[in-house]
Design a protein. Sequence first.
Length: 390
Amino acid sequence: MTFDIALGLVTAGIAIFSVSLLLPLTRKKHYVMPLALFIFIQAVIALEPLVFHSFHNLEVYYIALSGIVWMLMMPSLWLYIKGLTATYAWQWQKKELHHCWLSLFALLVGAAILVLPNSSQVALFSNSGGEMTTGFEVTVAVLILILLLIWPIQSALYVYKIAGQLTRYRKDLKQVFTDERNRALYWVNAALAFLVMSWLWLLGGLFTSLLETEYDSSGSIAMLVNLIAVWLFSFWALTQKPAFIVLYKQLAQAPIAMQSSRVKYEKSAIGAAQAQRIAKKLDVALQDEQLYLNSELTLYGLAEHLHIPAHYISQTLNQTMNTSFFDWINCARVEQAKKQLVSSDSSVLDVAMAVGFNSRSAFYKAFKARTGTTPSVFRKQATHEIVDEP
């Protein structure tokens, strides 16, 4: 057994195990369904070296199936990301069927491959020197080439869509939450990067199997990259919950302007004078009641506390105060942290937790964005300035 076959079997094992854990969840968590399909597709792809090395009688069937699974791969990932980032409980709808059209085309191409006589299949997928003599054989060859050209374009478009959705989603998080931990989905970027790297090799291997050279199964590094990608998706996705799941009810009853949901502020929602009054109430409440100390504070929690509609607060923060809920709260936390760093000997982590942050990393990120330096350096500099004062 070669190393790349072993890596493929490990990848397929991880993928199949993950799918077995995900399937029972699909009844209640509909966004998990496209994820299960996506990971199962990774299992099929990971078995490619084994099929081409040890099961030559299955090669044609595998090739016929490959077009279908490759055309379903990115649509299934897109639907998972869409469900994971939605501001509502995502469910499969008929309008999503348009993502499957290319896989139906691949199904027709796969069926055409299977009905070809054995000699034609050999001529298409080996370097035996056989020639295609009929119009149907040439048509199938052209359709395969079209399929191979369509897939990179389709994949690039979905990668672009996913990147755009994640960018909008992270901006939406800042409208309602003060903590991005376990919500920002940065692991998706890493997993997708590894996946794209593995595609380049897999696509190259598929091309070589259709051209004059035989399939090269020596891509152990690429299979390792694919294993990392599948592991990232399997590990993180099994524990990842939609960030907005805790606010589905509030977002449905009192929607605010969100980039992902395309909800916009009504022009007549609040006037300039009312917005200024709300802004003053927000600042007074923040400083006097120190609401920022609540690490679990959300926009809707603040709205309930102040008895002000959530969309009024959101509009005031964004349009009148030129900030987001996330930045507004964390700014207050950083200012309070600066005072505690200078006036106490508490550790940086203790200070972070005392002012409302949930983690050291979130505190460092917010502190550096606000001050341009780290908490430890700030404390040293501030302490030296106090000592040096005459």
